[in-house]
Design a protein around this ligand. Structure first.
Ligand code: UD1
Length: 344
């Protein structure tokens, strides 16, 4: 436990942000959310208060608004910042590249400027395994894997943001910053009070499965079963969102202990690859619901197989995924049922 250090969580009402707020509180930190709810439900705050049994401090601010953000930093004087606030829909980024570049780059620039101006001690940035693009020759990727051009403007924003962070750190060698490269976040909090809430039709696999199972969507299409994998479907590293949330707390705690400047990029995954077919089978077995699905053509831009090498997260963050795929699938299903029941 630590002494209630204040951590500003931009995008703290979103999917990963909200779970991280819970984890921060469980570990004795005081999170303060900055979110303008353009991509989150207002009810999240109430749910967070119900889970944690405490009042959650919130600033309804656009992270690209440097003046408003400066006021927040001045008022809160945070010890650390976790910067989630960004657009994240791959398809949408192809249609609206300028909005993606503008929002994702500008919000990071504002956060970095204020990090420096207000002498914040540590910064954790949300990055993605998308920075690795299509891994050539190897499907278990470690952090030394070359960063190439991403498949989408969204992915490209993550590469550029990591580059901006590197340049910033070079000019401010005392800064302490970690980029966490998430693999595929799935699942929901055990209370089923918070979870992933896709706006419109989901693109990601697990929300597509749960929405099909509950009857919101008619049928799931498996995007290709002719890949060179064990069952022909794509392989990913599905990481429980609560494990991912814990990784942020470990990252903050690691940065706090470091006396010198830090710049690291760390994979956050389970280290295990799971195919689309295996996810469907696990879902059906664990929930007892049979899923209406069909095999369709490949989706453009999909990587055949990728999963995380987790040595670095284990070594420097002392963090390892604890929750099972079964837990991920069941918690996502409980959350979907709760959305239906309570109409969040
Ligand atoms: C996608 C993004 C990635 C982003 C991540 C966030 C792409 C190319 N990549 O990863 O940049 O960081 O989301 O979670 O979009 N699938 C189906 N049917 C569906 C949906 C998905 O078969 O209706 C399959 C996909 O082909 C893929 C797997 O499920 O093999 C996972 O897909 P998804 O959840 O969209 O994640 P990624 O594509 O891995």
């Amino acid at each position: 436990m630590n002494s209630g250090k204040k951590i500003l969580v931009t995008g703290g009402a979103g999917y990963i942000g909200s779970h991280t707020v819970v984890s921060l509180i469980e570990n004795g930190y005081t999170p303060v959310i900055v979110d303008d709810f353009r991509n989150a439900q207002s009810s999240v705050i109430e749910q967070l208060e119900a889970i944690t049994n405490q009042k959650i401090k919130l600033h309804r601010v656009d992270c690209c608004d440097s003046q408003a953000m400066n006021t927040v930093f001045e008022a809160e004087k945070p010890n650390g910042v976790i910067h989630f606030a960004a657009y994240k829909a791959v398809n949408e980024s192809v249609e609206k590249p300028l909005e993606y570049y503008k929002n994702n780059l500008q919000s990071l620039l504002v956060v970095l400027e204020l990090y420096q101006k207000h002498k914040v001690q540590s910064l954790v940035f949300s990055s993605s395994c998308t920075v690795y693009g299509e891994p050539k020759g190897k499907i278990e990727v470690d952090e030394s894997f070359p960063i190439e051009k991403a498949f989408s403007p969204y992915g490209q924003t993550k590469i550029i943001c990591e580059q901006i962070i590197q340049d910033f750190h070079h000019s401010q060698p005392d800064s302490k910053i970690i980029s966490l490269r998430y693999f595929n976040p799935v699942g929901a909090h055990a209370s089923a009070l918070i979870g992933e809430y896709p706006i419109g039709k989901p693109n990601n696999l697990l929300p597509y499965i749960t929405q099909t199972a509950i009857g919101k969507l008619k049928q799931l299409t498996v995007f290709g079963n002719d890949y060179a994998t064990s069952d022909g479907t794509c392989v990913r590293d599905y990481i429980h969102v609560c494990d991912l949330a814990d990784a942020h707390v470990q990252a903050i705690s690691f940065l706090e202990k470091e006396t010198n400047g830090v710049l690291e990029a760390v994979n956050i995954g389970t280290g295990k690859g799971t195919s689309v077919q295996e996810i469907i089978e696990t879902f059906e077995t664990e929930t007892g619901v049979s899923l209406n699905y069909t095999i369709g053509p490949r989706r453009a831009g999909d990587v055949e197989a990728i999963y995380a090498n987790t040595s670095k997260s284990e070594k420097i963050l002392q963090w390892k995924a604890k929750r099972s795929l079964k837990d991920s699938v069941c918690s996502a299903w409980n959350w979907e049922k709760n959305i239906k029941k309570n109409g969040y």
